[in-house]
Design a protein around this ligand. Sequence first.
Ligand SMILES: [Zn+2]
Ligand SMILES: [Zn+2]
Length: 150
Amino acid sequence: MSQNSTGNIKQFNLGEGHRMTPQRRFVYEVLMNSKDHPTATEVFMRVKNKMDSISLATVYNCLDALVGVGVVRQVNVDREPSRYCGNLEPHAHFHCENCASVEDISLKDGAKPSNSLKLPRGAKVEKFEVVVRGLCPECALSIKTKKQLN
Ligand SMILES: [Zn+2]
Ligand SMILES: [Zn+2]
């Protein structure tokens, strides 16, 4: 999986009306370098380190544009703020209900969503969005340890 893809940034064209502005470039780079699925506010804080003049509203616009052209994925978990993911490989998300972290779950080698699910005949998959919930390894371990101590 290539998360270090800052160098790929010139390889896609955002298309008509979707210029790669410096703001979008910074937002995109932050997402390419974040594996923790930041919220818009978290992206804003990280971009602000590099571009002090950027506003939260601009970050929202950039995220919308990047999601719109499909180079960034929006991840929604319940009523929590949307999170953003720069990993475009087909993957599911693991949501920890204790610490609210979101992690990528990659598919097994060679697996494709379309052949591991019983899709209606003739259906064409455009997006793959699966959220698995539970406890991340650290939370599972600390909860187990707490139970043993009590
Ligand atoms: Zn956790
Ligand atoms: Zn992801």
